[in-house]
Design a protein around this ligand. Structure first.
Ligand code: ADP
Length: 295
C-alpha cells in the first residue's frame, strides 16, 4: 500500500500558512519526516490522521480518499500524537483491553491474547497492573505504541516520539518501531536527525510548510559529499564566517566552536574536509530555505 499526498495546503484561521502544497509519495516501511520546530510536521500528521481539515489537495491510502473517507482511514490507522495523554489511574492492561474493545476486538479470549502480546512486545508486561500515572516517559511512549498497534494498522503515525526520552529509552523505542512489519507504512515525524538515520529507508525534510528534500537518506547525503568543510573557531568569530561563507551548523567541542561550511571547494587550507552525514544534509537544506526569506 502507498500513501500519496498531492498539493496539500493548510492556512490556520490566524493566517499561518502551515502547509504549502505538500507532494509526497510514501511507500511501506519506515518513512522519516524531518523538520525544525514550526515546519508543519504536526499539521501534516494531524491531517493524515483525519483529525483536521486541509484547505486544498488530495491524499490517498491505497484506494481510500483519506480526506473524505475518514472512517475507512481510522480503521487502518494507528496514531501516537505528540502530546499523548493517559488516564493516570488506569492500568495499562485495563486501558489496552478497553481500547481493543472500542476498536472492535470483541472476543474476550482474542482480546486477552492481543493485550498480552502487545504488553510483551512493548516490554510492559511486568508493570501491566500499575497505573499509567506512575509510568516513566519511555514507558508512556511504549504504551502509546502498544495502543497504536491495536487492530493491525496499515498506517502508523508517530509524532515526535523520542522528545523527552533518555538514551536507553530512545534505543528501546527505536527497536520497537523497527520491529513493525515491512508491509505497514510507518511515518516518524521528528526534529532529531539521528532518529531518522538509524531507522528510515525513505525520508523527507520539510521547512516552512514545504518539502525541501526527499529520498533515501544515503542518496541525500551523496548530494553534499565532498562539500562539507569544518574548522574550530572562537565563538566571537562566528558572525564574520557567516558573512563570508555558507555556515550550515555550529557544534561545541571541548570549549571551541566547530563550524561546518558547505562549499564545492575547500574555503582555505585552515579548513579540513568533513565526512558528510545526514545532519549536514538537513542543515544545508534548512539554511538554504531560510536564506530565501531573510535576504
Ligand atoms: P511542527 O510540528 O513542525 O513543529 P506545526 O505543524 O505544529 O509544526 O506548526 C506549523 C505552524 O503552524 C507553526 O507556525 C505553528 O505555530 C502553526 N500552528 C500549528 N497549529 C496551529 C493552530 N491550531 N492554530 C494556529 N496556528 C497553528
Amino acid at each position: 500500500m502507498e500513501l500519496k499526498i498531492e498539493n496539500l495546503s493548510k492556512t490556520y484561521s490566524n493566517g499561518v500558512h502551515a502547509l504549502k502544497g505538500i507532494d509526497l509519495t510514501i511507500p511501506s516501511g519506515m518513512f522519516g519526516l524531518l523538520g525544525p520546530n514550526g515546519a508543519g510536521k504536526s499539521s501534516l500528521m494531524r491531517t493524515l490522521a483525519t483529525l483536521q481539515q486541509a484547505d486544498t489537495g488530495t491524499v490517498t491510502l491505497g484506494d481510500i480518499d483519506v480526506l473524505n473517507e475518514k472512517e475507512k482511514v481510522r480503521q487502518l490507522l494507528g496514531y501516537l500524537p505528540q502530546e499523548f495523554g493517559v488516564y493516570p489511574k488506569v492500568s495499562s492492561y485495563a486501558m489496552l483491553d478497553h481500547i481493543a474493545s472500542l476498536k472492535g476486538v470483541t472476543g474476550k479470549g482474542e482480546r486477552k491474547d492481543l493485550v498480552a502480546s502487545l504488553l510483551n512486545k512493548t516490554n510492559l508486561w511486568h508493570v501491566r497492573n500499575k497505573s499509567l500515572g506512575t509510568y516513566s516517559g519511555g514507558m508512556k511512549q511504549r504504551f502509546g505504541i502498544a495502543q497504536a498497534l491495536i487492530g493491525e494498522p496499515k498506517l502508523i503515525i508517530v509524532d515526535e516520539p523520542t522528545a523527552g526520552l533518555d538514551p536507553t529509552e530512545r534505543v528501546r523505542f527505536h527497536n520497537l518501531l523497527s520491529e513493525i512489519g515491512e508491509n505497514t507504512i510507518v511515518i516518524l515525524s521528528t526534529h532529531i536527525v539521528e532518529d531518522i538515520s538509524n531507522l528510515c529507508n525513505n525520508m523527507a525534510i520539510i521547512c516552512l510548510g514545504e518539502v525541501v528534500a526527499k529520498g533515501h537518506p544515503a542518496a541525500l547525503t551523496e548530494k553534499v559529499r565532498n562539500r562539507i568543510w569544518k574548522k574550530a573557531i572562537e565563538k566571537a568569530e562566528l558572525e564574520a564566517y557567516q558573512e563570508e561563507m555558507t555556515v550550515i551548523s555550529t557544534h561545541l567541542k571541548a570549549g571551541k566552536t566547530v563550524i561546518h561550511v558547505l562549499s564545492d571547494d575547500q574555503p582555505d587550507n585552515t579548513f579540513a574536509a568533513s565526512t558528510a552525514n545526514l545532519e549536514d544534509v538537513y542543515f544545508a537544506e534548512i539554511t538554504a530555505r531560510m536564506a530565501t526569506i531573510t535576504t
